[in-house]
Write a protein that binds this ligand. Structure first.
Ligand code: HEC
Ligand code: HEC
Ligand code: HEC
Length: 135
């Protein structure tokens, strides 16, 4: 066993290189959007009532449309109450005081998806972002 250590170092380097692609694959997996739902306002709700204004699936696909409708109803029609089609629950029509009250973690929620898909809603030019508590 003359140059045995060289072989061992060689094997170590070789194994290191082999695992490199797995490290990168792992990073990609964690970079997928993971919107957080654990805000104080949501955690305050009893577990069975931790719901959005409509079903999660619907909100995922249609929240932009919901917001557009809310704006039109509020600004054009002066309608300030929204009745959920899913639950019959009533909500004040307000981006800041309703959506962002529950989803007060804009960075870990809205931005989490929007950054991933490179959408940048211009709403915050006028509407005030929720103040986020430093954790
Ligand atoms: C009463 C608190 C509450 C309000 C108000 C609320 N949400 Fe939600 N939202 C939730 C909860 C809780 C969930 C997760 C629902 C579930 O898991 O079934 C959710 C889910 C969502 C999702 C899907 C997230 C995902 O991971 O796919 C989107 C998008 C969303 N909300 C946007 C909005 C918008 C936009 C508004 C205002 C129009 C709003 N929410 C109002 C509590 C709320
Ligand atoms: C589950 C991921 C996800 C979450 C959470 C989410 N969004 Fe979105 N949002 C998207 C996607 C994807 C689009 C782009 C959809 C498209 O272009 O068809 C979008 C588009 C929008 C648009 C339309 C923007 C445009 O330029 O067309 C608005 C407004 C919006 N989101 C508001 C919000 C707000 C406010 C929140 C937080 C309360 C939120 N979204 C949370 C995924 C998400
Ligand atoms: C140029 C400024 C401006 C921009 C940009 C803007 N809004 Fe508004 N929005 C307003 C004003 C002003 C009102 C009326 C406020 C009131 O009635 O108290 C309003 C009202 C609303 C309302 C209903 C009432 C409320 O208090 O929430 C919703 C919902 C809404 N906007 C959503 C959006 C969304 C979603 C976007 C981004 C896609 C957006 N707005 C971008 C100025 C703006």
């Amino acid at each position: 066993m003359y140059d045995g250590w060289k072989i061992i170092i060689g094997i170590v380097i070789f194994l290191g290189l082999l695992t490199v692609p797995f490290f990168f694959a792992g990073e990609k997996a964690t970079a997928k959007p993971d919107p957080k739902l654990d805000t104080p306002e949501i955690m305050k709700l009893p577990e069975a009532e931790r719901k959005c204004v409509e079903s999660k699936d619907y909100m995922k696909r249609e929240h932009m449309k919901v917001l557009n409708d809310w704006r039109d109803w509020a600004v054009r029609d002066g309608n300030t109450i929204y009745t959920s089609a899913a639950t019959g629950e009533q909500y004040d029509i307000s981006l800041q005081n309703t959506c962002m009250k529950c989803h007060s973690n804009k960075k870990e929620f809205c931005d989490e998806c929007h950054n991933y898909t490179a959408v940048n809603p211009y709403c915050w030019d006028c509407h005030i972002e929720p103040k986020e508590e430093e954790i």
